[in-house]
Write a protein that binds this ligand. Structure first.
Ligand code: 4NP
Length: 152
């Protein structure tokens, strides 16, 4: 099963989500990430995201930012979006109902219906990155559990 994490720039939230999710899923699951903008294409994650992940023993330093493509809708089984703007942008790129059905708000899929947006830490500080890490860690735990029970 192939899982794609999507945020705006693919340098803060979705690289963290990718790195965390990889630690929670066994072999047989492929996890990648992408952005809805290409502004940071080719760049490694933001150094604050790299440091935050490293503080938790996860190396995301070699990830490379890329924009989501129409091919991704064919290659991935689940596409998790970090906030509503990203979700709407991704949905607008989907070619059909099947592709739209693969697309979800990350926190909503994790069972968090009240506030389903992962805040963007890009304009914030290290505390904001750590808070986002904790939110993503809990969300990934929930989603990883669901994905594994479904694929049994
Ligand atoms: P991300 O954060 O979507 O979590 O990767 C951002 C990265 C870059 C920008 C905004 C948010 N930016 O405006 O360049």
């Amino acid at each position: 099963m192939n899982i794609l994490m999507v945020c705006l720039g693919n340098i803060c939230r979705s690289p963290l989500a990718e790195g965390i999710m990889k630690t929670k899923l066994p072999e047989g699951f492929f996890v990648d990430s992408a952005g809805t903008i290409s502004q940071h294409e080719g760049e490694h994650p933001d150094r604050r995201a790299v440091k935050t992940a490293a503080n938790h023993g996860i190396d995301i330093s070699r990830q490379v930012s890329r924009p989501i493509t129409s091919q991704d809708f064919q290659d991935f089984d689940k596409i998790y979006c970090m906030d509503i703007d990203v979700y709407e942008d991704v949905i607008s790129k989907a070619a059909d109902e099947g592709q739209r059905r693969k697309t979800a708000l990350f926190l909503e899929a994790a069972g968090n219906h009240e506030n389903a947006e992962v805040p963007d830490p890009y304009w914030g500080d290290m505390k904001d990155f750590e808070d986002v890490y904790q939110l993503l860690d809990r969300g990934c735990e929930q989603i990883a559990r669901q994905l594994q029970s479904r694929s049994l």
